[in-house]
Ligand binder design. Sequence first.
Ligand code: HEM
Length: 513
Amino acid sequence: MSTTKQFTAEEVSKHNTDGDLWVTIDSKVYDLSKFAKMHPGGLSVLLDQDVAGQDATDVFFGLHRHEVLLKYTRLQIGIIDGEEQQIASPAIGALSSVPYAEPTWLNPGFHSPYYTESHRRFQTAVRKFMEEVIMPDATLREEDGKRPSQAVFDAMARTNILAMRLGPGPHLKGRVLMDGLVKPEEFDYFHELIMAQEGSRFHARGYLDGLGGGTYIGLPPILNFGQPAVRDKIVGEVFAGKKLVCLAITEAFAGSDVAGLKTFAKKTDKGWLVTGTKKWITNGTMADYFTVGCRSEKGMVVLVIERGPGIETKPIKTSYSPAAGTAYITFDNVLVPFENTLGEDGDGLRVILSNFNHERWGMTCNSIGSQRAIVEECLKWATQRKVFGKPLTSQAVIRSKLAAMISRVESAQAWLENVTYQMCHMDYKQQSTHLAGQIAFVKMYATKTAQETAADAVQIFGGRGISRGGMGKHIEHYHRTVPFDSVLGGAEDVLGDLGVRQAMRKMPRNSRL
Ligand code: HEM
């Protein structure tokens, strides 16, 4: 039957029994006669006199996400004469018009000192790419727990997103970025921030890490400290989307305390002989290369080790999806050529620490991006959900939670943008001197506020906030996975302490109350 057939409300109301059951939702008429028996919410709710044959728009949106309607368009038989559809999902790549769903610089009428036309063009293209290429794969892989599809890596290689993820720098020289939208010399930390935040809006935290999260932290030591032949080979393979790297530092024996590692690299005539274990290694199950922090006779050394004999990677079950490939790794007498040494033997701690600021800053961008997506979920739900005949937003306690959520995400974003601006105007050494504390604090702040927002969101969604699937599925996912950001790249307390210790080192000797 044609979907444009017109009915009057009176005609629809006649189909109100088991076996002959129509409803209207957002001006569209659905024939549920056969579907009713298979309806996950049951038959009886559909036969209610306020539902069967009636306009069930409000009750429907109090119980289902819009995507349910989009999935079941086959049940639609026509529209109500003279009425128009009111509810629409944003088009692919479009900005959300829900207040606070976008950072202020993307809101009509707002201004920002940080973002240029180049950033705006870039944001539009990246969002479209993420929604068209990444989001469908993210949804599937979060479900089946498999690694992100090769087609996605290929697309990220073609647009050079894989290279841009490592931030501005000489590695971008000569590359066509996002089909030529940004020149390599133009690409700055705000472009990178945009990319990170656009990638964190899909409520697929494990997948996001599966999408080269290990490379994001494991490749920089190779890029910055690798011997040219080894470096160029690996960087070429990774930027082409063919290979993955992971950073293997943490052990069951040592986490934030990197100086306490036990994995040992012994010097032999033929090369390094590496023995030891690593734990919680993101992308470990699928990585082709391992950037490994080891003890050596001279202290610490970092090696890049290619997957091969003596290396075993076992999946660790965590609270997010196996799409991240989190692994326990064992190295048993693995022979590693000397040319795979990153930096100097004995200087390993510096090699490891060298990328910490950038890595933590990137994690903060992601964390705030996903926190904002939750604020949007809560604003929509609190407006569409009716209790005692009124929307949830009519309750002062709900508005108070929303106020706290909005303030947290806005303050975190503003602080992040300030830090990002400093990064754009400081060289590496200045960043290390001035920003280690700032970045540690902003990450700590972002992940603490993220957890507060997750807890508030569960209260706003109630039972739905702890149910997988259905209305509150993104809240359940966020609440379950939000601690990752607060642990990866340094636990919150460690970061806070780092920031304070940095400040103490700079306390003027002549300062007294
Ligand atoms: C086109 C019409 C409809 C379709 C395709 C549909 C489909 C679904 C689906 C797929 C679910 C599973 C949960 C989810 O994915 O969100 C569900 C649950 C449910 N539906 Fe419907 N539904 C329709 C109309 C209605 C209407 C008009 C009512 C009115 C009372 C209703 C009441 C419920 C209830 C109470 C649940 C259980 C919700 C929960 O577990 O929280 N449905 N429906």
